[in-house]
Design a protein around this ligand. Structure first.
Ligand code: MV4
Length: 498
């Protein structure tokens, strides 16, 4: 790969990630271009950019997803490279190719690597001869009921039917016994066809009570690939992550090394370059299995930055310029512990219903070990057109305990009024003994959370919940009330309890 200095970077994204990418670019002396929709005219990322171009109406399909408009801006403003952030066009191979044709660098992997990893079956096929453990199941798409029955009997029920074109939990179906297999298979195929335009499905042994552990990798175009350790993302709701931490509380150094090396093997199998994430399931016996690879910078990348001291965006940019990674695997060490909680404009007391509105009060927490990646300011309205994430709150500490207590302090210091947020839910998680022990899996929310615990009228079903409530009460009672004065009507129930 030829080396080429990037002097001007366009960020094809919005909100917190656009701002976060531009900050690193600026520190590198790279000038920044924002593209924005009419709904984001006054957003901080637009103001931060050296240049900004409106690319259309609020709806993503008419702005952030129209890559012809973005490529036109690249040509008009003589942009050298595009960073796609996450979501939107970040995993769109056609966009990469169109940029390539226009002579613009895409900050990310090759379209080919993206394509293979975007197809879950192709991904399994690519990695299977590289010593990466896979969940037992079909090799390739299921040809029909006969094969499905045969495989299911070999691997034993329960099984999981997954769509090849799915991912992130979309298009999955559990089948508990043979009598349900015919109908389950038919439905899975028709759902996959409808949702993705591709009816290919495959079968895996269903792993009960798994943990979601993903490994951050970083690869340059000179054949160097390193793992930047893992993130534990098991606290999620309907496949939406809410709390992430690094490192995982349950990996031994030996298991960490094995998973890290497996992740590197996955990346190498497709000649991966740039930042990527290899997702594994870890079962109760601590066997790990490759699930999928995400070919983008992820929302939760800050926890990795906090424990490694690295700036993943700067590394992505250096790699895109054709530079070598500035470290080897042996140079990388884990420093302390980091936790991220996602602050969504959703009401956790009301089935996480999206709550739109204006941030009448918005004061993020500060202080040692606290990082806030956000894209809003007080007085701004959360647009209804996009993901309702307001911010990511990240804390770092010397130990997991310190990261947790720092997170509790930071959540309590976070003043948001005007919309309901997931902060009370995150506070609940931090106080929960199962979380504090690190002994949680992907069923945590289902098994431990009921909205009543946030409303303070818990019916006494769970001792843990009562303990948490008592803990929260004790925590609050020795603190002065810090309320936005005169905004009582807009104060959230969480804030009222303080
Ligand atoms: C599984 C599984 C159990 N067994 N595969 C969901 C997202 C996708 N990346 C993989 N997923 C799962 N695959 C087998 N063979 C359980 C899940 C799963 C899950 C995984 C990670 C995080 C949260 C999850 C929630 C439900 C199911």
């Amino acid at each position: 790969m030829a080396k080429k200095k990037i002097q001007k970077l366009l960020v094809a994204n919005r909100g917190e990630i656009a701002l976060r990418v531009m900050r690193s670019a600026r520190e590198m002396g790279i000038s920044t271009v924002a593209v924005y929709s009419e709904a984001d005219r006054n957003a901080p990322f637009v103001r931060f950019a050296d240049e900004a171009v409106c690319i259309g109406p609020a709806a993503s399909k008419e702005s952030y997803l129209v890559f012809e408009k973005i490529i036109k801006v690249c040509k008009d403003l003589k942009v050298d490279a595009v960073h796609p952030g996450y979501g939107f066009l970040s995993e769109n191979g056609d966009f990469c190719r169109a940029l390539e044709k226009a002579g613009v660098i895409f900050v990310g992997p090759s379209p080919q690597a993206m394509k293979v990893m975007g197809d879950k079956l192709a991904a399994k096929e690519a990695v299977k001869n590289h010593g990466v453990p896979l969940v037992p199941g079909t090799e390739g798409a299921v040809s029909g009921l006969e094969e499905a029955i045969k495989v299911a009997k070999t691997i034993t029920f329960p099984i999981l039917i997954k769509a090849a074109a799915g991912g992130g939990g979309k298009g999955m179906r559990i089948v508990e016994q043979e009598s349900e297999l015919k109908e389950g298979l038919e439905r899975a195929i028709s759902e996959a066809q409808n949702a993705f335009g591709d009816g290919s499905v495959f079968i895996e042994k269903y792993v009960a009570g798994p943990r979601h552990i993903e490994v951050q990798i970083m690869a340059d175009s000179h054949g160097n690939t390193c793992y930047l350790f893992e993130r534990e993302c098991s606290i999620q709701r309907r496949h939406q992550k809410v709390v992430e931490e690094a490192p995982s509380a349950v990996l031994t150094p030996e298991l960490r090394k094995r998973m890290g090396e497996a992740a590197v093997a996955v990346a190498r199998s497709v000649d991966y370059t740039g930042a990527g994430t290899v997702e594994f399931l870890l079962d109760e016996q601590k066997n790990f299995y490759f699930m999928e690879m995400n070919t983008r910078l992820q929302v939760e990348h800050p926890v990795t930055e906090m424990i490694t001291g690295l700036d993943l965006v700067k590394l992505q940019i250096r790699v895109a310029e054709g530079e070598q990674l500035p470290f080897t695997q042996d140079d990388l060490k884990i420093n302390g512990h980091a936790i991220e909680v996602r602050v969504y404009a959703e009401d956790p007391a009301n089935n996480f219903l999206p709550d739109i509105g204006t941030l009448t009060t918005y004061r993020p927490p500060q202080g040692p070990g606290v990082r806030v990646d956000d894209g809003f300011e007080e007085g701004m309205t959360i647009p209804i057109f996009y993901d309702p994430m307001i911010a990511k709150l990240i804390t770092h500490g010397a130990t997991r305990e310190e990261a947790i207590s720092r997170m509790e302090r930071a959540i309590d210091d976070y003043a948001i009024a005007g919309v309901e947020t997931t902060l009370p839910f995150c506070r609940f998680v931090m106080g929960h003994e199962t979380f504090r022990k690190g002994q949680y899996d992907t069923h945590f929310v289902r098994d431990h959370f009921r909205p009543e615990v946030l409303l303070g009228n818990d019916t006494g079903e769970g001792e843990a919940a009562a303990l948490v409530a008592a803990q929260l009460f004790a925590d609050r009672s020795n603190r002065p009330a810090a309320q936005p004065v005169g905004a009582a009507a807009e104060v959230s129930p969480w804030k009222l309890k303080r």
